[in-house]
Design a binder for this molecule. Structure first.
Ligand code: 5GP
Ligand code: MN
Length: 321
């Protein structure tokens, strides 16, 4: 495994992308709006230049997104083809590339575009602390002879808007608003992005939220709050893991909570853990479990029985709360 690669600027990444004929783009497992928006926007931009581009994710993209955004339907969970360059998008470490991470171990041309400030696992790395990976893609695309059409603008807006929590998280800055203004000018469908990611709630999602709320537990005088959904809950409502993405916000919205934890048992005794923090580094907690993310929004996977998993998280949070 390559442990230290070279840092590249947006211009150098653009030159690299302009020089190749084909690229495979990888988005992280459990892909979110930023991962998908970044990859599709970059894919559409490179196709304008006549490149062959395919997007891969080791897990199917949720129906909510594929039903609403046509281009996401071609994201494939099966790797095939030969490519001049492999590009990991929004993946802070090699594990986030999921089962395709193994492709990075050979002496291949690889590029990372990411905003978690983490590992340099590619040959070329453009790793920032921007609010979203879409901001990185936006900078690259502007260095290329590409027209940012309404479709590209919409996908770039998808990542910008979702990773800033609709311009409400403390990572939102002047650059986010300037980019939004530019994308608005480019015809981004901002209403659609807002509706799909922040308003539209299916009956299933509403029922799941109710079930998760009924499982609310609090620790440390309410400074840590936790909700969970089991496999049985998901099966009862015929829900996929994408359906539970927004619930963690309800946990951290509890006024006393400095740590909000949402557990989703997406496979028997295997939990996707989503954490949010207020003035508290949930990244440090998630790192203890082999995960990562940002200071105030992070995640990991933990295997075990529900009560054991809860106890482990309670203990690690307890070190610093
Ligand atoms: P979410 O809770 O919305 O799934 O993820 C919040 C943040 O944590 C995102 O930036 C995401 O990329 C990161 N994250 C979520 N799960 C994992 C994980 O298992 N490993 C790592 N390294 N990061 C994660
Ligand atoms: Mn992101």
């Amino acid at each position: 495994m390559r442990s230290t690669g070279k840092t590249v600027t947006a211009k150098q990444a653009a030159d690299l992308l302009a020089s190749i004929n084909s690229a495979a783009l990888f988005v992280h497992t459990n892909p979110d709006g930023d991962a998908i928006g970044s990859a599709v926007a970059l894919c559409l931009a490179l196709r304008q230049l006549g490149k062959t581009v395919k997007i891969f994710c080791d897990m199917p993209v949720g129906n909510k997104i594929t039903d609403s955004f046509e281009e996401t339907r071609e994201i494939s969970a099966q790797f095939s083809g030969k490519f001049d360059l492999l590009v990991a998008v929004d993946c802070g470490d090699i594990n986030r590339v999921g089962e395709f991470g193994g492709l990075y171990s050979n002496n291949r041309e690889t590029l990372t575009l990411d905003h978690h400030g983490g590992e340099y696992y590619s040959k070329y790395n453009l790793v920032t602390h921007y609010a979203s990976t879409c901001q990185i893609v936006y900078e690259i695309v502007r260095q290329l002879p590409v027209k940012v059409d309404a479709r590209i603008a919409t996908y770039l807006y998808m990542g910008l808007c979702t990773d800033t929590g609709n311009f409400s998280h403390n990572n939102t800055d002047k650059a986010s608003f300037l980019m939004a203004a530019d994308l608005c000018d480019g015809g981004a469908d901002m209403e659609k992005i807002n509706r799909i990611f922040f308003k539209d709630t299916s009956i299933t999602e509403t029922k799941l939220l109710g079930r998760a709320i009924s499982h609310l537990r609090t620790f440390y005088d309410g400074k840590m709050a936790l909700m969970y959904l089991t496999q049985a809950d998901l099966k009862e409502f015929d829900a996929d893991i994408g359906t539970t993405a927004g619930i963690v916000q309800n946990v951290i919205n509890i006024d006393t909570a400095r740590v909000g934890v949402m557990l989703t048992e997406y496979l028997p005794n295997t939990f996707k853990v989503s954490m949010r923090g207020k003035d508290f580094s949930v990244r440090d907690v998630c790192k203890e479990f082999g995960g990562g993310g940002h200071m105030y929004a992070a995640g990991c996977m933990i295997s075990g029985f529900l009560e054991d998993v809860i106890e482990k998280i309670e203990r690690v949070v307890g070190y610093s709360i």
